[in-house]
Design a protein around this ligand. Structure first.
Ligand code: MEV
Length: 425
């Protein structure tokens, strides 16, 4: 069979149905149900999907769950989470239940400032140049603020200037940081426009050459924080508390463990970021860069014992999320999720997400320090395996339960169990 060509000109100009047809033709898929499947875009209208990205052929639906039991800053919340991973939503509900009576989570936010970077090269006297750029503070403020009068009207805009000299590849570069309060916007568009507008001025003032003009995802001026105390008696005693602290200490010293520890935190964080139509990759990049900010990749959370012998957990991480712009505003599910949470502004959303990240970490560490994650995870995962084996309706629960009883959650075993069930054995 000759290989079909991927060189398709004008694919973006086709209607969605034509793109589906071409794609399936390329892959040799003639089954009509596949085309029908792509045409069903669920709760994201096809024309909106087509506007959000290029070459759209459909949507990719993942489950949206609700985390319950959350008490944050004295108020109760139901928090929507979009995730494909079993046990992520349940983990948050469990962690939140165990601290609900003690008062739940307290949160705060450093600011809603983003950083944009401008890279300047071909500078013989970088230190001199650095000071020369800093002298232009007032002019720079005016140029930046003129880029986005609406942002300024809403209380945002240029806040501060930082200029750093870096040396790499045998030459110096002068890096200008624009620190901009982007308020309820995630802010990428606002700060990128400012950086692009200012760059030629910097080149003219210094005689250097400008290359990159882009935001930094290490949004360390936009830190979301949450803390919470779990009473020892609410979590199974001091042994559990000490196990959680030992697990944290492991992550704090070992990057191999810290990567997994932080991945667990991001299970919660990313799920809420996704449910609200925000940029999951921006938040993830910021989280991991922040975890390595001291030259050693460590934990995003801290765990310690309080004076009364209880367990105190805290989290601090960049949280570049917004309420306006892109999918947040356009995706009907994202809008509904924000409404469910009663989110008032971007900082509010960021604080709620930090609390979810901390809750997620609590549950993971508690499970790891006690029974392990497989027990809880596998009982949920067993349902997926039963589905994969072909179980339908009531069969799913029966086969899943059987897999857990057997302690082997595998598709081949699920197929055997399904066969037995259907033959009445
Ligand atoms: C799995 O998705 C997340 C965990 O591995 C997190 C952790 O180890 O802390 C359970």
């Amino acid at each position: 069979m000759t290989q079909a060509s991927s060189r398709i000109s004008g694919f973006h100009k086709l209607a969605i149905s034509e793109r589906i047809e071409k794609t399936l033709e390329f892959a040799g898929i003639s089954e009509p149900s596949v085309a029908e499947h792509f045409q069903n875009t669920g709760n994201l209208p096809a024309d909106l999907a087509d506007r959000l990205i290029e070459n759209a052929v459909g949507t990719m639906n993942i489950p949206l769950g609700i985390a319950t039991n959350l008490r944050i800053d004295g108020r109760d919340y139901l928090i929507p989470m979009a995730t494909e991973e079993s046990s992520v939503v349940a983990a948050v509900c469990n962690a939140a239940r165990q601290c609900y009576d003690a008062g739940g989570f307290t949160t705060s936010m450093s600011s809603t400032c983003m950083i944009a970077q401008i890279q300047l090269v071909d500078i013989p006297d970088p230190e001199n140049c650095r000071i020369a750029i800093l002298e232009r503070l007032d002019e720079i403020r005016d140029i930046c603020n003129a880029c986005d009068p609406v942002l300024v009207e809403h209380g945002g805009g240029f806040r501060d200037l930082e200029v750093r000299v870096l040396r790499a590849g045998g030459r110096a570069m002068v890096i200008t940081h624009l620190i901009v309060d982007t308020r309820d916007a995630m802010g990428a568009n606002a700060v990128n426009t400012m950086a692009e507008t200012l760059a030629p001025h910097i080149a003219k003032w210094t005689g250097g050459r400008v290359y990159l003009r882009i935001l930094s995802n290490l949004a360390d001026r936009r830190l979301a924080r949450a803390r919470c105390v779990w009473r020892s008696e609410d979590i199974g005693g001091t042994e559990v508390r000490d196990g959680i602290i030992a697990a944290y200490e492991f992550a704090a010293t070992d990057p191999y463990r810290a990567a997994t520890h932080n991945k667990g935190i991001m299970n919660g964080v990313t799920a809420v970021v996704m449910a609200t139509g925000n940029d999951t990759r921006a938040v993830e990049a910021g989280a991991h860069a922040y975890a390595a900010r001291n030259g050693h990749y460590g934990s995003l959370t801290h765990w310690e014992v309080t004076a009364s012998g209880d367990l105190a957990g805290s989290i601090e991480m960049p949280m570049a999320v917004g309420l306006i712009g892109g999918a947040t505003k356009l995706h009907p599910t994202a809008r509904a999720c924000l409404e469910i949470m009663g989110v008032e502004n971007a900082a509010h959303l960021a604080r709620l997400i930090a609390a979810v990240g901390l809750a997620q970490n609590f549950s993971a560490l508690k499970a790891l320090a006690t029974v392990g994650v497989q027990k809880g995870h596998m009982s949920l995962h067993s349902q997926n395996i039963a589905l994969m084996a072909g179980a339908v309706g009531d069969e799913i629960g029966i086969v899943a339960e059987r897999l857990v009883e057997l302690g082997t959650v595998r598709v081949d075993i699920a197929e055997q169990e399904l066969k037995k069930l259907r033959s009445g054995q």
